[in-house]
Ligand binder design. Structure first.
Ligand SMILES: *Cc1c(COP(=O)(O)O)cnc(C)c1O
Length: 395
């Protein structure tokens, strides 16, 4: 049996006529820059995420970049973030000339640890308050502990840019006056940054991204910066760049958005099935540490974080050997991510190389993402777990 890590063909097969119709509509309109398709998607994504405004952008990376630019973050500034995420989270901080300040992650959620964040912010205040933004990442499709992160951000007066690239539609609980309310990724910080890279839960037929915000003024600065800061045309009070979302992508994404919740549900069903199968195989809690949707520290939350499983990531011993074994048995898998950001060669400063983030480094050494896409069959899920069982139990 063959189980790819991700197969986009079944999704395409069901939507092909509508996608072709959307692409044709844009081509025939001859309106190829921004326009009504982009505006429609912006409104729909903002509503879906629980934010007032959406700004269509060229990628998730550019959403992070334009957010930092719109906050005038630059040389001498620090941005507090996690060392265990896709490179773009740090790459954009470096691109604006600022430096990342890392704190370690929580072992259960793989997301930034608010306790260590509190210590880092207190230390930064003693050192002259150089932290100008916080970028929590909702890794693999699960929100970071936003209630505590937002409380710290308010206490220290620092804006929060949510890296929600993997987490469109993920929800987390807040407790206010004894009542629990649920909030979607991208609706809690100053802004949320989304990616429509084809492997995300909502993926385009190429690159694309979106920034959500409820602060009108900030959304307007981002909107201006995506178009060279021009206001009006050919008059530039800001520098900005070309960070515009392509209307062909917007038209295709509008078709797909209608199906997003059913895809999330199928991924969550697959995750539950994996839990059952790993349990039955006697691997869960032994060789295999399964991903957890955590309570995010909220008392009285009746349900766990609403995880949308962009990735289903297990922690295992002998990870590299297991990965090779799975590949030899036609099971797709991948390591997200094999190297922490503070260990990346592009960071020239020795200061970073001396740092140690044990939880993140342990995750980098032991994590392995398994196939979780919505259209997997039960036979395929059974085969994945059976192949892993054979690896650990047959010698
Ligand atoms: C995918 C991703 C990005 C970048 O998005 P692109 O659209 O590929 O530029 C940023 N951060 C995280 C956590 C991501 O997973």
């Amino acid at each position: 049996m063959n189980v790819p890590l991700l197969d986009l063909k079944p999704q395409l097969a069901t939507l092909r006529p509508q996608i072709l119709e959307a692409v044709t509509r844009v081509i025939d309109s001859t309106g190829y820059i921004l326009g009504p398709e982009v505006t429609t998607l912006e409104q729909n994504i903002a509503r879906y995420c629980g934010a007032d405004h959406g700004v269509g952008l060229s990628s998730g990376t550019d959403a992070l970049l334009v957010a930092l630019m719109s906050l005038d973050i630059g040389p001498d500034d620090l941005v507090l973030t996690t060392p265990y995420t896709f490179f773009a989270t740090m790459g954009t901080i470096l691109r604006v000339g600022a430096q990342p300040l890392f704190v370690d992650i929580e072992p259960e959620s793989f997301n930034i640890d608010p306790e260590q964040m509190a210590e880092a912010l207190a230390a930064d205040r003693r050192n002259g308050s150089r932290v100008k933004a916080i970028i929590p990442v909702h890794l693999y499709g699960q929100c970071a502990d936003m209630q505590r992160i937002m409380a710290l951000a308010t206490e220290y007066g620092v804006p929060v840019i949510e890296d929600a690239a993997q987490a469109i539609g993920a929800e987390c609980p807040y407790e206010e006056n004894g009542a629990v309310t649920w909030h979607r990724a991208g609706s809690m910080g100053l802004c949320g940054c989304f990616s429509f890279f084809p492997s995300k839960n909502l993926g385009g037929i190429g690159d694309g991204g979106m920034l959500t915000a409820s602060d009108r003024q900030f959304a307007e600065i981002v909107r201006s910066n995506r178009n060279h800061g021009a206001e009006p045309k050919y008059y530039h009070s800001r520098v900005g760049g070309n960070f515009r979302l392509d209307p062909i992508q917007a038209a295709v994404l509008t078709v797909k958005l209608a199906h997003l919740d059913s895809w999330h549900a199928a991924r969550r069903r697959n995750a539950d099935r994996y839990r059952q199968l790993f349990g039955e195989a006697g691997l869960a809690g032994n060789e295999v540490t399964l991903p957890q949707a955590v309570h995010a520290g909220v008392q009285g939350a009746e349900r766990h974080n609403h995880h949308i499983y962009n990735q289903f990531v297990i922690l295992v011993p002998e990870r590299d050997r297991l990965r090779q074994y799975l590949q030899e048995h036609s099971v797709g898998c991948e390591i997200y991510y094999p190297l922490c950001l503070h260990q990346q060669e592009c960071l020239r400063s020795e200061r970073y190389k001396r740092q140690s983030f044990p939880v993140a480094q342990q995750a980098a050494a032991r994590s392995l993402a398994l196939p979780i896409f919505p259209e997997l069959t039960d036979e395929q899920l059974v085969y994945v777990v059976e192949t892993i069982r054979k690896f650990y139990r047959a010698g």
